[in-house]
Design a protein around this ligand. Structure first.
Ligand code: NAD
Ligand code: FES
Length: 290
């Protein structure tokens, strides 16, 4: 897809570990995007490719919105780009869209920065005629992102924070359990950190509620060719980029996912340290998409 991916808006959504929202011009991407899909972006010619779930997309505006937490070199670079800068490339939409039809009562559970990826899924679930309840978990009030957008969906929104600064004091799993007891959902969709998705899946498995989780595997090509994003689901090897990113939470091997996510921690730390020493010179560029 040729064209420059101009940054239209950036906004800090939450403090350390910083979470940013970025709106980028990408008309061809958003024209065919559905809830649950993602893109792979590169900040510059020398940049690595990272997958980012979409928090919104508007065909009318020809723009996509992404949220990211600053956790390494590439997300640090992204956080330094400003309106008018361009991303080197945006490839997408990738992955399979969320299954939406005829689900019935659905709990959409989001944890931390995963709330951004959950937002279009919850919206699409509601628009498809399902009954939706949203359960959000965050460490505290300041890290609870997109509450206004979630509340604007007009569905019940329950909140849990680790410190009790808003909503109940506890994890989002407690909200999921409460919803199971009071509301008998027919599906739970969980998006967030791996321990959260694993914990939600444990609770829902005990109560026999079908559960979908969105895996945030490390990715490279995003087209099923390289094997970087492989995971195990029901004892079978799957590629998150083309078979997912959503899978049956009761069948995912979360231990393997955690191990694979941590495989390059040392290299990632070294890369970030090297980048930090020159970060103040980093400026955006406007390149043609590959
Ligand atoms: P966090 O650690 O602040 O946790 C957010 C919430 O998740 C907590 O408040 C709690 O409610 C719930 N949670 C966390 N651990 C739990 C556990 N063991 N049991 C039950 N509930 C638990 O989250 P964060 O720092 O915002 O998240 C960052 C992580 O999210 C990164 O690892 C990132 O890769 C991941 N992420 C995942 C996706 C995805 O598509 N699945 C999207 C974006 C980010
Ligand atoms: Fe290469 Fe999925 S990212 S196979």
């Amino acid at each position: 897809m040729a064209g420059t991916f101009e940054i239209l808006e950036t906004e800090k959504l939450a403090p350390e570990p910083d979470v940013f929202r970025m709106k980028v011009r990408a008309p061809l991407v958003c024209a065919s995007t559905h809830a649950g899909q993602f893109v792979i972006v590169r900040t510059d010619d020398h940049g690595e490719r990272i997958p980012l779930t979409l928090m919104d997309y508007s065909e009318a505006e020809g723009a996509i919105e992404m949220a990211f937490q600053v956790v390494g070199t590439t997300t640090d670079k992204l956080s330094r780009l400003r309106e008018g800068d361009c991303l080197q490339d945006v490839v997408g939409p990738l992955g399979r869209p969320t299954e939406l039809e005829g689900l019935g009562r659905v709990v959409c559970a989001g944890g931390g920065v995963g709330i951004a990826a959950l937002y279009p899924i919850a919206r699409a679930c509601a628009r498809a005629g399902n009954e939706v309840r949203v359960a959000l978990g965050s460490r505290d009030r300041e890290h609870l992102i997109l509450l206004d957008r979630m509340q604007a969906l007009g569905v019940p929104v329950d909140i849990a924070t680790d410190d009790g600064s808003v909503g109940i004091k506890g994890f989002v799993t407690e909200l999921v359990l409460k919803a199971i007891k009071e509301w008998s959902p027919q599906r739970v969709i969980a998006v967030g950190p791996v321990p959260m998705m694993r914990a939600v899946s444990v609770v829902t498995k005990q109560h026999k509620v079908p559960t979908v989780v969105s895996l945030n595997a490390i990715m490279l090509d995003g087209t099923g060719m390289c094997g970087t994003c492989r995971c195990e689901v029901a004892g079978e090897t799957k590629f998150s980029c083309v078979d997912g990113p959503e899978f049956d939470g009761h069948q995912v091997d979360f231990e393997m996912l955690t191990a694979r996510l941590g495989a390059y921690k040392e290299e990632e730390r070294e890369s970030w340290e090297r980048f930090e020493s020159v970060a103040s010179d980093y400026t955006g560029s406007c390149g043609e998409a590959s």
